[in-house]
Design a protein around this ligand. Structure first.
Ligand code: HEC
Ligand code: HEC
Ligand code: HEC
Ligand code: HEC
Ligand code: HEC
Ligand code: HEC
Ligand code: HEC
Ligand code: HEC
Ligand code: HEC
Ligand code: HEC
Length: 314
């Protein structure tokens, strides 16, 4: 979970004297010593920002004043947005006011690194242990690309709403999940974060397990074996035959049988040569038989535990 270490009382006093915010983000350091926080905290800000979605933060864990770890236990809004006295006054001879010290979002003028420092000040570690090496960090994505702070419930933390947030950027996966065979994402049965950790992981492609097969085994345990007779491509990588998100073929297969099998078994010889992939015409009776055929006989394609299952027929 989160690495939120208790802060000793003495340290809090010292921090306060030095003018350092408990949130170790952009709001900390010398800057804050010169820039005092709003006298009445959130109340000051909410004199103007008194409407949703901004005010919805009051219903979230971040606004729990009684919880010493939260932004509202120190400088309220400015724990995240930074001390912003400049923003409380209009510019001379103008209706505009200078922006707050830290603005969040993909389009913000505050550098991503600076935005994320605020959040990581309280949320380093845990799920974010590998953030600095993650694809999203490397692609310069702010935390706020996925997270909505001013919402009663952050959509990305809701099983049925999560995918739509990811799909705003990952349009290819959106298309895959519209196909005939797919993991049940729409239903919320399986979600992106059952397989990926968007904050970074030890596996490839932000996968939550060290290898792709280990990931699949977490839910499809019966495919782990061990089998008396292993089918080499299954042990090697499930994506030799399957695609993880969605497919126009049934059972998430990359290609339909018999073509799938024939990609590797073109030379297969059978008791009757009729079953040889090599001798098949591109279309016709033989193919129709075989379209179902490979699996009708070789129905233990993931491996067999039968003493005479060496050909995966039982
Ligand atoms: C006197 C009214 C007023 C007060 C008080 C006020 N704001 Fe604003 N704020 C505005 C207006 C108006 C805008 C719209 C941007 C503009 O036109 O300058 C704005 C914009 C913002 C934005 C959007 C990004 C930006 O800066 O353009 C943030 C974030 C923000 N305010 C946070 C705060 C916080 C935090 C406080 C308290 C420290 C606060 N505001 C206090 C009037 C106010
Ligand atoms: C001052 C510390 C602090 C800062 C700064 C902070 N958070 Fe949090 N955050 C917390 C605490 C404390 C919780 C509640 C954790 C709990 O209940 O275990 C929390 C909860 C969350 C949650 C879970 C919310 C839920 O509904 O369960 C998310 C997501 C989150 N923070 C993201 C962020 C992001 C993104 C930022 C930066 C924009 C940020 N936080 C800045 C302290 C902070
Ligand atoms: C690409 C999208 C994405 C980005 C970018 C992202 N998050 Fe998250 N975050 C998620 C998702 C999805 C979850 C829900 C994870 C789960 O349930 O396994 C989550 C959960 C969380 C939580 C609540 C769960 C917990 O760890 O206690 C916190 C806090 C959080 N993120 C903080 C951050 C911070 C800080 C950053 C920036 C450094 C960040 N996130 C960047 C997608 C993202
Ligand atoms: C945990 C960090 C955090 C705290 C605390 C926080 N904000 Fe924000 N604020 C954000 C993030 C992140 C965004 C980007 C939009 C979002 O996530 O909802 C944002 C966006 C805004 C915006 C711009 C909204 C828009 O439409 O563009 C305003 C205004 C604002 N905050 C005001 C406030 C005020 C007022 C408070 C205190 C009552 C406050 N914020 C407290 C993180 C925070
Ligand atoms: C059942 C597990 C699973 C689920 C659920 C899942 N993914 Fe994946 N995803 C994978 C695997 C496995 C790969 C790696 C595929 C490969 O290497 O061929 C991957 C790869 C990716 C890639 C990288 C593609 C590339 O070509 O580099 C993206 C982006 C992605 N997934 C996004 C998502 C999004 C968004 C969701 C939710 C809507 C999601 N995934 C749900 C297993 C999953
Ligand atoms: C604001 C845009 C944005 C959002 C939202 C977003 N991503 Fe990404 N994601 C990116 C970018 C940019 C990359 C890196 C370039 C690429 O591979 O497309 C990336 C890469 C990835 C990869 C490939 C990692 C690799 O090592 O190649 C996966 C997997 C992924 N994202 C999953 C997710 C999931 C799951 C979510 C939702 C929880 C999500 N993303 C939300 C922008 C986003
Ligand atoms: C979080 C659990 C989970 C993970 C991880 C997972 N799956 Fe699934 N998988 C499911 C569920 C749930 C179904 C739907 C079962 C059903 O409808 O009866 C499913 C269905 C399937 C199907 C059948 C699809 C169909 O159309 O009938 C295949 C093939 C499959 N998964 C392959 C994989 C592969 C390959 C991996 C690893 C990349 C993987 N799964 C990872 C949960 C998971
Ligand atoms: C050599 C190709 C191949 C490989 C590699 C492969 N599969 Fe399959 N898989 C199939 C075929 C073909 C079907 C359809 C079987 C049917 O319809 O009777 C299937 C069906 C499935 C199904 C749905 C039906 C069932 O048996 O539960 C799941 C789940 C599944 N595979 C998971 C996996 C996992 C997990 C891996 C990796 C450990 C994997 N597959 C590797 C060919 C393969
Ligand atoms: C990615 C390549 C690949 C795919 C696709 C593939 N196989 Fe295999 N298959 C192999 C390899 C490699 C072996 C091990 C060959 C050996 O040991 O000589 C094997 C072994 C077999 C064997 C046992 C052969 C023997 O000599 O003991 C059978 C039967 C078989 N596969 C059937 C199938 C069927 C049916 C499909 C389609 C559902 C299929 N294979 C898809 C690569 C593949
Ligand atoms: C009518 C049942 C049947 C059908 C249909 C069938 N096979 Fe076979 N296959 C067998 C039997 C039985 C053997 C074992 C022959 C032996 O031991 O001499 C075998 C052996 C094999 C072998 C191992 C022998 C070799 O020559 O390498 C492979 C690979 C193979 N089949 C692949 C396939 C593929 C691919 C398909 C679909 C195009 C398919 N089979 C369709 C029954 C069938």
């Amino acid at each position: 979970m989160m690495k939120l270490q208790p802060i000793p009382a003495l340290a809090i006093i010292l921090y306060a004297v030095a003018g350092i915010s408990l949130a170790t983000g952009a709001a900390s350091g010398q800057e804050t010593a010169e820039k005092p926080y709003a006298a009445k905290g959130a109340q000051t800000c909410m004199e103007c920002h008194d409407e949703p979605p901004v005010t919805l933060i009051l219903h979230t864990p971040h606004a729990q004043k009684a919880d010493a770890r939260t932004p509202f236990a120190s400088h309220d809004c400015e724990t995240c947005h930074g001390a912003s006295p400049q923003h409380l006054r209009k510019e001379e001879g103008s209706d505009k006011r200078p922006p707050v010290s830290v603005k969040f979002g993909v389009k913000s003028s505050t550098p991503v690194e600076e935005q994320n420092k605020v959040c990581l000040g309280c949320h380093e570690g845990g799920l974010r242990m590998n953030w600095q090496a993650s694809a999203h960090h490397n692609a310069d994505q702010p935390c706020a690309a996925c997270h909505t702070i001013h919402a009663t419930k952050d959509p990305i933390l809701t099983r049925t709403a999560q995918a739509d947030v990811c799909f705003t950027c990952h349009v290819e996966q959106r298309a895959q999940y519209r196909q005939r065979s797919r993991h049940p994402i729409k239903e919320g049965t399986v979600i992106c974060t059952d397989c990926h950790n968007p904050h970074g992981s030890f596996g490839p492609k932000l996968l939550k397990e060290a290898s792709l097969n280990d990931l699949c085994y977490t839910c499809h345990t019966e495919k782990r074996g061990p089998f008396l007779w292993e089918h080499a491509p299954v042990r090697d990588d499930c994506t030799n035959c399957h695609t993880p998100h969605g497919s126009t073929q049934e059972r998430l297969l990359k290609v339909r049988t018999p073509y799938l099998c024939q990609e590797c078994h073109m030379e297969a010889q059978h008791p009757s040569t009729l079953y040889s992939g090599a001798s098949l015409p591109p279309t016709g009776t033989g193919e129709r038989i075989l379209a179902k055929g490979c699996l009708n006989c070789h129905n233990k394609v993931h491996g067999s535990n039968h003493p005479s299952g060496v050909r995966f027929t039982r």
